[in-house]
Design a binder for this molecule. Structure first.
Ligand SMILES: Nc1ncnc2c1ncn2[C@@H]1O[C@H](COP(=O)(O)OP(=O)(O)OP(=O)(O)O)[C@@H](O)[C@H]1O
Ligand SMILES: [Mg+2]
Length: 367
């Protein structure tokens, strides 16, 4: 469900936006276009400015410098209520004394909608979110996932043009998060409304979004589809943030580069090749990045082995095996099949495929 869903026309735009809180610059000269109908995730570590961005789009936070557009109209100075957006937060803060039905319809009632409209919309939202059996219950009588669905229902009845979500699933346990992820993907597939979704969880961003915006200390590090970011990270920050377990990095000697292929010497003295984009040989130190799932396992003396290693720890996940391997390049994390026949203490070889390794210059930019 995370195919390219946007239809190509801009819906929400931030143009050269800066946000300062006194001496703190939370967002720095940031420009972003969110396509109509897309599911866009704002992804990054704590404090990188995700919520600040979302709150500026919602109109809950004033923009220090720059402009915000929705549907081509400058909304920078419009109050939240006039932006036709709805926001769902991590803490869903339902009204405990109201039924699910009244919680969902509440925003309509304060907007002065007729009882009939309130009833109809609440019912429609409850149907979409599978909350019909619970309409007469109070929040205390619901599970966490059901409560979060009520919070989404409250946003749904307002029929917004843009949904803004700020980590809506982070209060839920792991199993429920996966289930709610599915529900949100379905909701987007059904409604085709633009959704902007803040998360620090790369799995959530990868599975839900058609476009991911990776933020690093108030600036955009890279924008792309989940697989763009996974296959072609523009820098070490994105490379390390996307993928789990995280990519391994180690210093290598670059000995030459031509026709999009770089030759490197690995710690321990063996050679490897890496696909690169630039033609010229970069100056200074370079690092190789290899995802745990991209190592091949060989015998330690196999000519294909780029690195020899000793297995330190074997983690059995069932679907995969995670190895911690001591090598001349330091301790590396390697992922293999679930039934991999490897024991702690064993000597192994690790092989590399040139298309699956990444090279970064001293400043962390992908070559
Ligand atoms: N009201 C405020 N006053 C001062 N600084 C603030 C305020 N709100 C946020 N900040 C700062 O702005 C930066 C971005 O904060 P923001 O809440 O947007 O981060 P975030 O990416 O949402 O993080 P998290 O994942 O922890 O929610 C942080 O350095 C934060 O300390
Ligand atoms: Mg936040």
């Amino acid at each position: 469900m995370s195919a390219q869903n946007g239809n190509g026309s801009p819906h929400v735009e931030l143009r050269q936006v800066t946000k300062r809180y006194g001496p703190v610059t939370a967002i720095s000269d940031l420009t972003l276009t969110v396509e109509k109908g897309s599911f866009t995730a704002l992804l990054g570590p704590s404090g990188c400015g995700k919520s600040t961005m979302l709150r500026m789009i919602a109109g809950l936070e004033a923009i220090t410098q720059g402009r915000c557009f929705i549907d081509g109209a400058d909304v920078t100075d419009l109050p939240p209520a006039q932006r036709r957006i709805a926001m769902v937060f991590q803490s869903y803060a339902l009204y405990p004394h109201m039924t699910v039905r009244d919680n969902i319809a509440f925003s309509l009632s304060i907007a002065g909608a007729s009882r009939k409209v309130q009833r109809e919309r609440a019912l429609e939202a409850a149907r979409i979110l599978q909350l019909e059996p619970y309409l007469d219950r109070r929040p205390a009588e619901l599970s966490g996932g059901q409560r979060q669905r009520v919070a989404i229902g409250r946003a749904l009845v307002r029929k917004p043009e843009v949904f803004l979500f700020d980590e809506p699933l982070s209060n839920l346990d792991a199993k429920l998060r996966v289930q709610m992820r599915f529900e949100l993907a379905k909701l987007h597939a059904d409604l085709r409304t633009t959704m902007i979704y803040v998360t620090h969880d790369q799995t959530e961003a990868m599975t839900l979004a058609d476009t991911i915006v990776v933020l690093d200390r108030g600036t955009i590090s890279q924008v792309g589809s989940p697989l763009d970011l996974y296959n072609r990270p523009a820098n070490k920050f994105v490379a390390a943030f996307i993928g789990s377990p995280s990519m391994n990095f180690f210093g290598v000697d670059l000995v030459g580069a031509s026709d999009g292929l770089a030759s490197v010497v690995l710690p321990g003295g063996r050679g490897a090749r890496a696909r690169v984009r630039g033609a010229s040989k970069p100056e200074g130190a370079v690092e190789l990045g290899v995802r745990p799932e991209h190592f091949g396992l060989t015998g330690v003396d196999d000519p294909a082995a780029a690195l020899p290693g000793a297995v330190v720890i074997v983690e059995r996940l069932g679907s995969a095996t995670i190895l911690y391997v001591d090598t001349p390049a330091g301790q590396l994390i390697v992922q293999g099949d679930g039934n991999l026949a490897v024991r702690p203490g064993e000597q192994i070889g690790l092989s590399l495929v040139e298309a699956d390794v990444h090279l970064f210059d001293a400043s962390g930019v992908a070559l």
